[in-house]
Design a protein around this ligand. Structure first.
Ligand code: FCB
Length: 400
């Protein structure tokens, strides 16, 4: 039995474009019909209107934290034009959390940007930092009382997403859309690393946002990094270090001086003399075709603490794409055990937030289901799975 510290955050997560529906002014919405192989998000789970029900599910399960995002494309549908109604909507979400006794963990940017921002050149544009900074400034009036803010979710995955969308939108490339969170079902080379120039731009954007948020809010500010949980074949240590730098450490280093760093881990991957090895095709692979590696969480936490020994960690995402909920419970149990052992070794971890609260839109794909709750996409009826009650009981016991 491993008890977690008092005040430990136990939560579930979502992201606006994946759950809200009809995110009409966003770049992803604009790109969906143009990218071969991408499903449309459509009404998604209608969480834009049903957020009270989502928050109630979190609160009633025994969890104490809801991580959700606010959507830039709704708040600033045209450059410099701030929607007071959209801001008021997100303030209502924050207040609904307070009223339910749930800690809101707010993400300012979770992969999607306004369509106009993408048309202007997106993260590659010289104006990107100023644009992002003024969006962040516009959000601060609604963040009163919020204790935890993530500036940008998974900048390393976002950098890949930018490049993959460019390729899928280019008719010459013949490349189908495949979310960077999925592995291909046919042999295909391992995904190229996140483009470093975008990584550096995003790091600058994170620092600009951090300055604004520190000056105007009381919240703890950080960003959340996708961890690959690399393991090394004999002799491949140097190759791993190089890969780790462009995949992760560039982004972890930009978190020096932050109030916390978010660790997001799903699977682990081997690095050999030829680089990253594709996930072996095995019957127990997840629905996103990654290896079943619940121990990835412990590996990711240890690597993060090695790079950032002085920055507290929050697990801001961890979960599994499966249609077998018993397997979700088994996966999460082992993941939490690997986390507990790392904490026993002295690593400072402040919370565990599961991905995801709901079966949602996996960036162009509806098939992989990560949710603690199933959703009927015709009626939007929410059906909690046993894993929700199970994770809630772990939270109530504050022990695994
Ligand atoms: C992460 C994303 C999240 C979801 C999960 C499965 O990379 O932050 O939106 O796609 O993976």
């Amino acid at each position: 039995m491993h008890p977690f510290p008092d005040g430990f955050l136990w939560g579930a997560a979502s992201a606006p474009h994946q759950v809200e529906g009809n995110n009409l002014n966003s770049d992803f919405w604009a790109h969906e019909p143009l990218m071969t192989g991408a499903d449309r998000s459509g009404d998604a789970l209608d969480s834009y209107h049903r957020y009270r029900e989502d928050i109630r599910l979190v609160a009633e399960s025994g969890l104490n934290t809801y991580r959700f995002g606010i959507e830039w494309a709704r708040i600033e549908p045209l450059p410099g034009r701030i929607s007071k109604a959209a801001l008021a909507h997100y303030r209502r979400m924050i207040e609904a959390c307070f009223a339910a006794g749930v800690t809101p963990f707010v993400t300012i940017h979770h992969f999607t940007s306004p369509r106009w921002f993408a048309e202007e050149g997106g993260w590659r544009s010289e104006r990107a930092i100023d644009r992002f900074r003024s969006y962040v400034e516009a959000t601060t009036p609604i963040l009163d009382g919020v204790e935890w803010i993530c500036t940008i979710n998974e900048p390393n995955m976002l950098a890949i997403m930018v490049r993959e969308a460019e390729a899928a939108l280019d008719p010459e490339s013949g490349q189908e859309w495949l979310s960077p969170t999925l592995e291909a079902d046919k042999p295909r080379p391992v995904k190229p690393a996140p483009p470093v120039e975008i990584g550096r731009r995003l790091s600058e954007a994170h620092h600009a946002a951090r300055d604004v948020l520190r000056a105007r809010t009381e919240a703890k500010i950080g960003w959340t990094i996708a961890n690959r949980a690399f393991e090394t074949r004999p002799g491949a240590e140097e190759i791993r270090r190089e890969l780790e730098y462009i995949w992760e450490d560039l982004y972890l280093e930009a978190a020096r001086g932050d109030d916390y760093v978010g660790v997001q881990a799903y699977s682990a991957q081997w690095v050999g003399l030829d680089g990253i090895e594709p996930h072996p095709v095995r019957p127990d692979n997840t629905l996103v075709r990654t290896a079943y590696r619940p121990d990835a969480l412990g590996i990711a936490v240890r690597h993060t603490a090695e790079v950032l020994p002085d920055v507290p960690i929050v697990i801001t995402e961890n979960g599994i794409a499966t249609d077998d909920d018993a397997r979700r419970i088994a996966y999460t149990t082992t993941a939490l055990e690997s986390l507990a052992v790392a904490m026993r070794d002295g690593i400072d971890v402040r919370g565990y937030i599961h991905w995801s609260l709901l079966d949602n839109y996996e960036w162009g794909h509806w098939d992989p289901t990560f949710g603690l709750v199933a959703v009927d996409r015709e009626t939007f009826d929410r059906q909690p799975k046993p894993s929700l009650g199970w994770l809630g009981s772990v939270a109530s016991a504050n022990a695994i």
